[in-house]
Design a protein around this ligand. Structure first.
Ligand SMILES: C[S@@+](CC[C@H](N)C(=O)[O-])C[C@H]1O[C@@H](n2cnc3c(N)ncnc32)[C@H](O)[C@@H]1O
Length: 393
């Protein structure tokens, strides 16, 4: 077992506990839930594993150093002393991102420029040359968290945000974020034991995430590039051994259905499913949600209808009422989930949700509502399914 290191994994607000659960399942120690992040400890392998496996992580930061400072000079010297040459190649590029609160710096930009200068000056002293800055795609991305006179220096081990799984050929104009899609499936308790249906699939994010979960395909399976791959201290053997350990299933006894009314998005869903090499599992077709129904029950039906904000819908409230009618009429025996930022329209679904969660799709605050769909009226269903109805007197 390697040395115990300290990490912080970032996520969206509301998903911290799901992420902590994923990290614990990988063997992370001392998980601490914070705002939009989870701190945890473990060996270096765990950093690679968290990047590869965690479906609800946006990025994983590896802490290198903590220090106190009282002026600019001390701050500069502390960064200068950090051996960045262990990670940054001589001809590599870097970027520094800083967050500050209640400190001597007026702006995060000032702190990041000072830190960048300290790293570059160290390289000039060592090699007589300064590395260059690349804000968009640096080889080494440093993060500084500065609170009062305490600073923590991190390396961003992920690079591009981990929601970019690598299976999207094209992007839908109103996509659900992949991390949010995975979280929705986890919150719905999806374990791959029943069919999954998304009758408003857009680019098929939800069906692809559902199939990945059912087939045990790691979150990072399709992704080629991670921040750590560009570090001088990258361990390709260790990384390969982690990827080789994944036990992906060849088959599952369930089906995944993705449909959309718009032919452009049906095409997009097909392209994404093909890129994910899931054509044998996910059936994609053009269909109006109002004419859809499950091939068999029980099934999990989950959808992300137009919000009206990013996609035009003529009468959004009527449309949500039709979604509710279709669920009630065609999906008896299924469990349904809807996510939307349009709280007013959601009221028009006309079904009583039995679970409600607030989620953020990027910056959009959404409600994620769960419904048990049954034939007949709710009173009978509840009394038939209450614990006492199963108890013999
Ligand atoms: C918010 S988008 C879904 C985005 C998708 N979750 C993704 O990640 O790409 C809503 C989708 O509903 C589709 N849609 C709208 N009305 C529909 C209907 N009556 N039946 C089926 N799909 C419909 C739109 O074409 C659009 O692709």
């Amino acid at each position: 077992m390697g040395k115990n290191e300290y990490y912080v994994a970032k996520t969206f607000a509301g998903l911290e506990h799901l992420l902590a659960g994923e990290l614990e399942a990988l063997g992370a120690r001392n998980c601490r839930v914070m705002s939009r992040s989870v701190a945890f400890e473990g060996p270096v392998e765990l950093m690679y594993e968290a990047n590869y496996h965690c479906r609800t992580a946006l990025r994983v930061l590896w802490r290198q150093k903590t220090f106190s400072f009282h002026n600019n000079r001390q701050f500069y010297e502390q960064i200068f002393e950090f051996p960045s040459e262990n990670f940054l190649h001589r001809d590599g590029t870097l970027a520094v991102h800083a967050t500050i609160a209640d400190t001597i710096f007026n702006t995060p930009l000032y702190a990041s420029v000072l830190a960048k200068d300290a790293i570059c000056d160290r390289f000039r002293d060592l090699y007589d040359e300064r590395p260059s800055v690349d804000r968009d795609s640096p080889d080494v991305q440093f993060h500084l968290h500065i609170y009062k006179d305490e600073a923590q220096l991190f390396l961003d081990s992920s690079g591009e945000s981990l929601h970019k799984r690598g299976y999207k050929v094209r992007n839908h104009p109103a996509p659900i974020n992949e991390v949010v899609a995975a979280a929705m499936l986890m919150l719905a308790g999806y374990d791959g034991s029943c069919d999954f249906i998304d009758p408003m699939c857009g680019g098929a994010t939800l069906p692809i995430e559902a199939a990945m979960m059912a087939l045990h395909i790691p979150a990072g399976f399709y992704r080629r590039d991670y921040g750590f791959c560009r570090w001088k201290r990258f361990d390709p053997q260790l990384w390969k051994s982690i990827r080789d350990k994944a036990e992906i299933l060849d088959d599952v006894p369930v089906n995944f259905y993705a449909s959309d009314i718009d032919p452009r998005f049906v095409e997009m869903a097909r392209d994404n499913v093909k890129r994910a090499r899931l054509v044998d599992f996910i059936h994609v077709e053009r269909r109006d949600m109002r004419q859809s129904n499950p091939a068999r029950t029980p099934a999990l039906v989950m959808m992300n209808p137009p919000y009206g904000e990013r996609l035009e819908v003529k009468d959004i409230e009527d449309f949500y009422a039709e979604i509710g009618d279709t669920l009630k009429r065609n999906y008896a025996g299924c469990r349904a989930f809807l996510i939307s930022s349009d709280m007013k329209a959601l009221k028009h679904v006309g079904l009583k949700p039995d679970s409600k969660t607030t989620l953020f799709n990027g910056s959009l605050e959404c409600r994620f509502l769960g419904y048990d769909l049954f034939a007949g009226d709710r009173k009978n269903h509840v009394s038939q399914n209450s614990p006492s109805s199963h108890t013999k007197n």
